[in-house]
Design a protein around this ligand. Structure first.
Ligand code: MN
Length: 179
């Protein structure tokens, strides 16, 4: 809904961006790419790591959503998901389990790990690009399961938020990330 997205983008995401920039300046962090920044996440301060993740994860999240895209993907995304998870319904079930099973705040992901699609989740603002992450790979889809992402509309019903989110996945953007 509009109010959730307004606060999410203009307050939450905005704060992550400000705070990571403050940390980069204060700590003289000089990685030239996002990839290098996250590959060295375990050596960063908590402020740099958490807010760097928060900045990147939300940038990604906005791009893989669009208004009312509804339902299952077609073309190469459908083929890739069917190849990895057998059917779209099975994929949806596993992804929903990852989103529901993340205790507390975090993210559910689909990643490409050396050509193999995997579903998993990370805590807080961690992401699969971080050297410290158990789930590794190039993200192709992400879902924010922090309460700030759904609480105004759905309160404690994360399951309804996850179910309805499947109607706004931008499969064209997912296709681009699939390569
Ligand atoms: Mn968020």
């Amino acid at each position: 809904d509009a109010m959730t997205m307004d606060i999410h983008y203009n307050k939450h995401h905005s704060a992550y961006v400000k705070n990571v920039n403050d940390a980069i300046a204060a700590e003289n962090i000089s990685f030239s790419t996002e990839k290098d920044f996250f590959a060295n996440a375990s050596k960063l301060s908590a402020k740099a790591k958490n807010n760097g993740g928060g900045s990147w994860n939300h940038n990604f999240f906005w791009q893989v959503m669009a208004p009312s895209t509804g339902g299952a993907p077609a073309g190469k995304v459908a083929e890739a998901l069917n190849g990895a998870f057998s059917t779209f319904d099975k994929f949806k079930e596993q992804f929903t389990q990852a989103a529901m099973g993340r205790f507390g705040s975090g993210w559910a992901w689909v990643v490409n790990d050396n050509g193999k699609l995997k579903i998993g989740s990370t805590a807080n603002q961690d992401n699969p690009l971080m050297d410290s992450s158990e789930l590794k790979g190039t993200p192709i889809l992400a879902l924010d399961v922090w309460e700030h992402a759904y609480y105004l509309k759905y309160q404690n019903k994360r399951n309804e938020y996850v179910a309805n989110w499947f109607n706004v996945i931008n499969w064209d953007e997912v296709a681009k990330r699939l390569g």
